[in-house]
Design a protein around this ligand. Structure first.
Ligand code: Q46
Ligand code: ZN
Ligand code: ZN
Length: 323
């Protein structure tokens, strides 16, 4: 198959767009499309300082690469979670991020926050001590990552926080939330989440219209080394099953995923349903960390980590092991 724009062989065929492109034109297309989405959804401008949350995976590193190629002021934030999982997950993901930074030379800023160094326990240890070994550490992990991202964005004066969520992630989340009619979550879903209170960073997802395979192809063609493995705790997650279901649908109806997500955004705009702003929620300032919270007292992050520290001091030798 030939590239739509030149006579070279196509590297990727995107059935949903009826578009096949060679490596050079595919890279150009991804970057131009990202620029278009950033403008269309008013995510940020070249005057804004953007903090990109990089996990070491293909999407976040591709996002950072694209923003740099487009000339945006983009710095990175890597959060070390202390997850091993038999594959050195955190160490390996950190290595990929570090390699990305080194390859691009001086002038790139990467903030690194190591959860264990800063708060005294890795994510699996923290989860074990508060949940007594039951369940996955994902809720503690999500809570901690959100807190750190927000804190770094606020303390370092960034205008916006960008994450590498792609269409497959967003469509699967939307699918899960719709199955549950989880109105609260549906209100909070979208490519742009405005800063809802003083001290809460504005969040954007510039890759939300790209399929996962497009991002994998982009990372590969740009020579970005990324961690292939998912976090070991992601196995068995409902969102993975939802992704599989949507992929099955996509095979028989190319573009189904994209339409599902775009029609949700359109319905929100046209009919005013699931509007992101919920003015009925009153926010307070956490007396410990100063971040906005719906709790009248301490925020859930501070309460959780206080409990973790209590448990860790009670059982100083009970150092939890990773899965
Ligand atoms: S929440 Fe759970 Fe992820 Fe944290 S513990 Fe791993 S799977 S990384 S997005
Ligand atoms: Zn071409
Ligand atoms: Zn707090």
């Amino acid at each position: 198959m030939k590239c739509r724009k030149c006579t070279n062989r196509a590297a990727i065929n995107m059935r949903q767009h009826k578009l096949a492109l060679c490596p050079e034109h595919f890279i150009e297309w991804v970057q131009q499309q990202t620029e278009r989405f950033i403008k269309k959804y008013r995510m940020f401008t070249r005057d804004d300082r953007v903090l990109v949350a990089v996990s070491g995976g293909k999407d976040s590193l591709a996002l950072w690469d694209i923003l740099l190629a487009l000339g945006y002021q983009a710095d990175g934030l890597y959060i070390g979670l202390g997850i091993d999982g038999g594959i050195d997950y955190s160490a390996e993901s950190h290595r990929c991020v570090q390699k990305f930074v080194e390859e691009r030379g001086d002038g790139l800023t990467l903030h690194v926050v190591d959860v264990e160094v800063l708060y005294g326990a890795s994510i699996p240890e923290a989860a074990r001590s508060v949940a007594r070994g039951r369940g996955k550490p994902c809720s503690v992990c999500g809570l901690t990552k959100r807190h750190i991202m927000n804190r770094v964005a606020r303390d370092e004066g960034y205008d916006v926080l960008a994450t590498g969520h792609n269409l497959d992630d967003e469509a699967a989340t939307l699918f899960g939330n719709t199955l549950q009619w989880a109105v609260g979550y549906l209100r909070r879903q979208g490519p742009v989440l405005p800063a809802s209170a003083q001290g809460l960073a504005r969040k954007v997802k510039p890759l939300f219209r790209f399929y996962e395979r497009e991002m994998a192809a982009y990372a590969l063609l740009r020579g970005i080394e990324y961690i292939y493995d998912e976090c070991p705790y992601a196995a068995g997650a409902t969102s993975i099953r939802h992704k599989e279901l949507l992929n099955e649908l996509e095979i028989s109806s190319p573009g189904a995923k994209l339409q599902f997500y775009l029609h949700f955004l359109q319905a929100r705009e046209q009919y005013g349903i699931f509007q992101p702003q919920d003015s009925t929620v009153e926010l307070h300032t956490c007396p410990t960390c100063g971040q906005p919270t719906t709790n009248p007292e301490q925020c859930s992050f501070c309460r959780t980590w206080e409990r973790v520290r209590e448990q860790m001091t009670k059982r100083p030798t009970a150092k939890a092991t990773n899965p």
